[in-house]
Design a protein around this ligand. Structure first.
Ligand SMILES: [Zn+2]
Length: 293
């Protein structure tokens, strides 16, 4: 796995709030060019091939890649022969009552490669839930590993730990200025390289309900990107809003509308700077081959 950004090795830079703020600014600027490219689609959503090359786009929607269940964390970068199936904490919140739905979705689509990762904020939130609701003290790394192994067992697959050394970004904060909600289940933004911004990544077809997807999208925006674990809400303005890219499925347009409405309804409650961007790949780009979803 390749990292777009090497974590800073400068000890002085990493010490103290001022140093962290400088680093946030550095990552903010590093994302600018890819962010601008994506934002330009807000004005012309059907002009995908004028923003990204056609060859790369076709490769970015290839069904010939291995689906890998990952956390929505933007610092996870998969190799180009894999595609991310993104859910917060690799689905750890679905463990409570929706595990069967998740297992069936993974089985239907042949997803057998299950991952957990270092520094998982979703696993930390899950541990908060365990403490508050059940009085159980647990460790996020332990819970993440345990869940990935349990899920891998259910789908007769394998569990893998993604370590910090193969993640991009900084260990102490998220640098995403973008969230991608992939309605196709086949989009791999890694193929687009630096042309596509680092992005929180949610795979809509794998969520048991649109309501659950909307909830996790809300956590991604409010708690991760705009919260203290991310860039902070002050940076996102009407001029530089958070970009929410909805990758529409040309084979199931009605599903997209339903999901989008839930998400818009939930996120609009936040009254924060958001820009929704509809990405419309053509049917030719998103090959029907292997589409089970
Ligand atoms: Zn995570």
């Amino acid at each position: 796995m390749s990292s777009r950004y090497a974590p800073s090795s400068n000890g002085a830079e990493r010490n103290g709030q001022a140093g962290i703020e400088d680093l946030r600014e550095k990552y903010w600027q590093q994302e600018q060019s890819a962010y601008d490219r994506l934002m330009s689609l807000a004005e012309k959503p059907h002009h995908l091939t004028s923003v990204f090359s056609k060859e790369l786009l076709e490769a970015a929607f290839s069904p010939e890649t291995e689906p890998v269940l990952v956390c929505m964390d933007e610092r996870i970068r998969l190799p180009q022969d894999s595609r991310p199936i993104g859910i917060a904490g690799g689905g750890i919140f679905l463990k409570e009552g929706l595990m069967t739905n998740l297992v069936h979705a993974l089985q239907r689509n042949g997803v057998r490669h299950i991952t957990s990762h270092d520094e998982c904020g979703a696993c930390s939130l899950y541990c908060d839930f365990l403490r508050q609701e059940r009085g159980r003290i647990s460790d996020p790394d332990h819970e993440g590993t345990l869940f990935a192994e349990e899920l891998a067992g259910e789908v007769s697959g394998r569990a893998e730990r993604i370590h910090r050394s193969s993640m991009s970004g900084h260990p102490n904060f998220h640098h995403a200025r973008c969230m991608t909600i992939d309605n196709t289940g086949f989009f791999n933004p890694s193929v687009l390289g630096k042309e596509y911004p680092s992005s929180l990544f949610l795979s809509a077809p794998y969520y048991p309900t649109a309501k659950r997807l909307a909830l996790e999208a809300q956590i991604g925006v409010n708690v991760i990107a705009m919260g203290e674990h991310g860039m902070g809400w002050e940076r996102f303005t009407d001029d530089q809003p958070m970009a929410i890219a909805i990758v529409n499925d040309p084979f199931r347009p009605s599903y997209n509308t339903q999901v989008l409405n839930h998400i818009l309804h939930n996120l609009s409650q936040t009254r924060r700077a958001l820009q929704f961007i509809n990405i419309h790949p053509s049917r030719r780009m998103v090959a029907p081959l292997g589409r089970i979803l």
